[in-house]
Design a protein around this ligand. Sequence first.
Ligand code: GLY
Length: 462
Amino acid sequence: MFNKTIYQSRRKTLKESVKKGIILIPGNVDVPMNYPANTYHFRQDSNFLYFFGLDQQKLIGIMDIDNDKDYIFGDDVSLDGIIWMGPQPSISERSEKAGVKNTAPYNQAYDFIKKAISEKRTVHFLPQYRAENKLMLEKLLDIRVDELPKNVSTDLIRGVVELRSVKGPEEIAELEKVMETAYEMHTTAMKMAKPGIYEREISGAVEGIALAKGGMLSFPIILTVNGETLHNHYHGNILQDGQMLLVDTGTESELHYASDHTRTFPVSGKFTSKQKDIYNIVLRSQLRAIDAIKPGISFKSIHLLAMEEIASGLRDLELMKGDIKAAVEKGAHALFMPHGLGHMMGLDVHDMEDLGENFVGYDDEVKRADQFGTAFLRLGRKLKAGYVLTVEPGIYFIPALIDKWEKEGLHKEHINYDKVRKFIGFGGVRIEDDILVTENGCRVLGKPIPKTVEEIEEIMKK
Ligand code: GLY
């Protein structure tokens, strides 16, 4: 955990921003995998971690704004628990580490909230993503599960987003730590790739590195020779000469700060000229985007800049044609890049996505587009120093999408479908790094993972 003053200060700022009432932040509970006692690996709720820090099951955090008091409700370990799980510090000992003096058994949270409701005080709560906590809130607040989304507190959402978006020095240090593991995960994948090996042999080794370093994956590994499928979690193919392997993976630090990188490289260890052509367009797009990132600029404009670089490179290869700015404005590039340039990152790999993408990524000034491709951009708003985000352009040849657009004659003034067809079977290329926005610009977090054609070919020789 961080020093308790960090959690105290975060709670103080949040209470000042929400102003009145009670803030309710439930922690997560164990979730059964295939029978009640066999649970998934426990992952604490990120908002609970941010404000209360305790990485333990079945806790409820409450901030009473009106009386300026914070509480943690949870049960001390029973004798049965000690027998199966070993001795544990008491709830009050743990809570002290988060700077919370007021603790009580879990069920007393019900009495606390019922009393507050009977006094007509506002209970602020966030959108919930787990069934167990939705059911708990239904009981606690006497609001039907399907009515919970309508009753969430937008004041609380905005307050949390404001705070969590700007990373403090202690969070950046934690992110830097996790980047070391990320480097090892990706370079191991590069060194292992060769014809004849299963994708799952590499994904297993990569996941093993994360676990051995004390973290868990920040999302299920995307590791595939079919990189045109954006989130491909199938790892059963055998790598073949001539293919490219796309590896999009990240891990969490002990305090659950995420990493998220993508590299794409040839199975043979040597790029063909066709692979090099496509790869270098994606690389130029990524570098141009990173170069332009600074406080005050909107990430939507960075996305469009990166898309112009993609479209212009594809025009040089005669896959696209015509005026590039017009093509991007109309969304023609989205045939090759049907996703956003990046997203916020922190305690969640898509930071705070549970609170609603538009609250996190957009505001009154920058609105979400509704055009295929640009609409999928999770982060559009103006950047501030302290934001951490990914930059991850790609080029994909998705047969079903190419078929559909060609049949409909979509953007035929900008796309040479005959030439595009020749790339069916090529797969996809994505390059992704994690970026910290600084006072004057930005910096790529962590030790650089090989990225140029030369760097990748060099490390793959090893
Ligand atoms: N890197 C996986 C994702 O951003 O969804």
